[in-house]
Design a protein around this ligand. Structure first.
Ligand code: GLA
Length: 741
């Protein structure tokens, strides 16, 4: 085929850019092309090509996902994979984009439905496509019945990240039951040395990076807890065996969903690797009446040829420019003070004012009252649900405190946990039916609380009313929105038994709507997603919350490991970290104030220490470090992050470098965790600088080794590196490099 003919039969589909249902950042989108002769679709953006085709049977099959192909490259038409024996059938081996359970499918289905007559066979075939300008929508339909599926593909031009989602619509004239539904299935090129990476954890130990070889069989990552969960985060990365921090291919994806989710990574009988992500089929069932539809969450998937560092930098950029509130220009995180670890439930006006005055004196910009300000909340045993100010603790309401905080030049913020209720509360006494429950069965409590059923309209209306009233009657510019327990007995008795499992979707949809409506009514409001620490960090909630609470573990060393894991998936732009007291309340470790500050300065800086116990020298140190942080926070929060030395696997040292987009400023943090390695310390070679620019070196804290030059080229700092003078356990230093020519 001559090149000219080749070009002629390709149709330019326009520009793609934003994902369905996402806060849109605008800007130009990726290129989408379809070759009408071969029925091959191709998306190109950010150095990535993604292609799929329609095979002769009408099924949509993956063709390529990886580094950008040449514009002139043509991909051959899709052909099902042939089985080599009668023990396998083509559907169990073919890399479908979105397989219905049916035919000979033996791998994970993307969609499984049952019909009223007992049929559970679904054969999804291409039925057309539309160019929506910012996305490509592919229509599929079952071969026999009017079950329609719309697949959305939105590729971001800057990063090549593809946002995939699906909507199933019932046009059969009768009900259908959706038993399983994914956002997408992603198929990898054939290779026999893949490694899977994921993030696991628990309370006070979130975001631990795990890895294992991908071998025949399936590996399931999931949450069954009703919420995103600490245990496993909905993010995966797949590398080749030789991939390193800064080189080699990495495919990655994160599901934007804050309820039960599942990512199934499997290797089929012929070695094909598939990752299917979506609603967790565990206890899942969603009945669709004639004309109804169900939308999946969005699976955001990307590729980098520059190792794990390249993958996370591109994903951070995508989150800043496409996902976070105010994208493409998310706001800088203000320096925050939170009184939780200082006072726990023992809050009152005088005590909070005293802390606020001290916080303001070190440069804090936002003062937050945590748990304990409302209802009969003297411990975690009572009061949740009663979002009215406790007049014993605040006899004049919150007004005078807020006025004082504002007068000190700080914003005021408040902790809430709206989705929960203590049985010992006025709300529960009035509405015991408002919680998730099965009639006549136990209501299992955790932290003495039950989960309100946000799937119910009246519950959502009530929460909107009380939170709106709170925000309307006070100058509250920030909410820390908590969720402190996993679900149990997930019943919704007010609806028909066949509809009760809609709870899993309806709850989360309503939570998102509630957050969006509060934001709409209170445009100044910023929100933090917290769930006993990092139990609800995902790209679904991050569309609606400026920041996330990474962990309740504020020990500065543990936190470095947690932050390192977090940074593989999520952006420093949203990551909060606090300087708290020493010994730390979680593990009793004693560390210096500098070390605590430098650990917490790697994201949005917060202070959570009891300032009443600080000495003059602590205030002076804190004032200086807060001021230094403000000078470099744009680079730390919005720049490119290089994990120079990871603290994982008991590494005795660690270092990160954040580089601004114009490469004019870079911030280096270096930590020594065990002085056993003192004499073996090597120079730290920097990355991401402009090799030909000259950078001056300035210490924020600590010092470089004797003889370190004050100025040198980017090439020098990256090639020769910088040796930091660190001499004892849990010591840290931080430096700024500024381009001077
Ligand atoms: C959770 C949060 C903490 C704190 C407490 C208050 O544990 O993670 O930061 O807000 O609730 O009860």
């Amino acid at each position: 085929m001559a090149a000219t003919n080749e070009t002629r039969r390709k149709v330019f589909l326009g520009l793609l850019g934003s994902a369905a249902g996402m806060a849109l950042g605008g800007g130009a989108g990726a290129r989408a092309m379809v070759d009408q002769a071969t029925r091959v679709f191709r998306l190109d953006g950010g150095g990535v090509t993604y292609a799929f085709g329609i095979n002769a049977g009408g099924q949509v099959q993956s063709l390529y996902w990886g580094a950008a192909l040449a514009a002139s490259d043509s991909l051959p038409a899709a052909v099902p994979v042939e089985a080599n024996s009668s023990n396998e059938m083509a559907p169990g081996l073919t890399p479908y984009e979105f397989a219905g359970f049916g035919g000979g499918l033996t791998t994970e289905p993307a969609l499984k439905v049952r019909f009223p007559d007992g049929v559970r066979d679904l054969d999804l075939r291409y039925a057309g496509h539309q160019d929506k300008g910012d996305s490509l929508v592919l229509q599929l339909q079952d071969a026999k019945r009017a079950v329609r599926v719309a697949l959305t593909y939105a590729m971001d031009e800057a990063t090549g990240i593809l946002a995939r989602s699906a909507v199933v619509e019932n046009r059969t004239g009768n009900w259908i039951q959706v038993d399983q539904m994914a956002a997408a299935c992603l198929n990898l090129p054939y290779s026999d040395d893949y490694r899977l990476y994921f993030l696991s954890g628990r309370w006070a130990g979130e975001f631990m990076l795990q890895t294992r070889a991908i071998t025949p069989g399936a590996f399931v990552l999931e949450s069954r807890k009703g919420v995103t969960s600490h245990q496993i985060n909905p993010w995966i990365a797949v590398s080749r065996a030789a991939t390193g921090e800064e080189s080699g291919p990495v495919w990655f994806g994160a599901l934007g969903w804050s309820g039960n989710w599942r990512i199934n990574v499997e290797m089929d009988a012929m070695g094909g690797v598939h990752a299917t992500a979506g609603y967790n089929p565990f206890d899942f069932s969603y009945r669709l009446k004639q004309g109804e539809s169900l939308a999946s969450p969005v699976f955001h998937a990307g590729f980098s040829n520059e190792g794990f560092g390249g993958a996370s930098r591109v994903f951070h950029r995508y989150q800043r420019e496409k996902v976070l509130p105010h994208a493409p220009r998310p706001r800088l995180r203000p320096v925050l003070y939170n009184s939780w670890e200082a006072t726990f439930f023992d809050v009152n006006e005088a005590g909070q004012v005293a802390l606020a005055e001290k916080a303001a004196s070190i440069g804090v910009e936002r003062f937050v009252v945590d748990d304990g300000w409302f209802g009969a909340r003297d411990s975690d045993k009572a009061g949740l649900g009663d979002w009215v100010v406790n007049l014993k603790k605040f006899p004049n309401g919150l007004g005078p405190l807020i006025k004082r905080v504002n007068g000190l030049g700080m914003q005021f913020g408040l902790w809430v946990e709206p989705e929960m209720v203590n049985p010992d509360s006025d709300l529960y006494r009035a509405h015991p039916d408002w919680v998730i429950n099965f009639p006549g069965r136990q209501r299992s409590e955790a932290r003495n609380q039950l989960v309100l059923n946000l799937a119910r309209k009246d519950v959502c209306e009530h929460l909107l009313k009380v939170l709106d009233a709170l925000l309307s009657s006070h100058n509250i510019e920030y909410l820390k929105w908590d969720h402190n327990r996993a679900w149990s007995e997930p019943g919704w008795p007010e609806v028909a038994p066949d509809d009760q499992q809609r709870l899993y979707v309806a709850y989360v949809d309503n939570l998102y709507k509630l957050l969006a409506e509060l934001r709409r009514r209170h445009p100044k409001l910023e929100i933090e997603s917290c769930a006993s620490g990092g139990g609800r960090v995902d790209l679904g909630i991050m569309r609606l919350t400026e920041q996330v609470w990474t962990s309740d573990n504020t020990d500065p060393y543990d936190r470095l490991v947690i932050q390192d894991g977090y940074s593989h998936a999520y952006a420093p732009a949203a990551m909060m970290a606090w300087v708290t007291d020493s010994p730390n309340f979680v593990n009793k470790r004693v560390t210096s104030l500098e070390y605590r500050f430098l650990s917490a300065m790697q994201g949005g800086l917060g202070i959570g220490a009891n300032l009443n116990h600080w000495q003059d020298e602590d205030f002076a140190k804190a004032r200086r470090l807060v001021e230094a942080y403000k000078q470099v926070r744009a680079t730390i929060q919005l720049g490119n992050l290089y994990r120079l030395v990871s603290p994982g696997n008991g590494s005795p040292r660690s270092a990160t470098l954040s580089v601004s987009h114009d490469r004019k400023q870079a911030v280096l943090f270096a930590f020594l965790h065990s002085s056993m390695m003192r004499s073996a310390q090597k120079s730290i070679q920097l990355r991401g600088l402009d090799a030909s620019a000259v950078y001056s070196l300035r210490a924020i804290s600590g010092s470089a080794a004797a003889g370190t030059v004050a100025k040198a080229s980017g090439a020098y700092w990256m090639g020769h590196g910088l040796k930091v003078a660190l001499e004892g356990d849990f010591q840290a230093a931080a430096f700024v490099l500024e381009a001077v020519s």
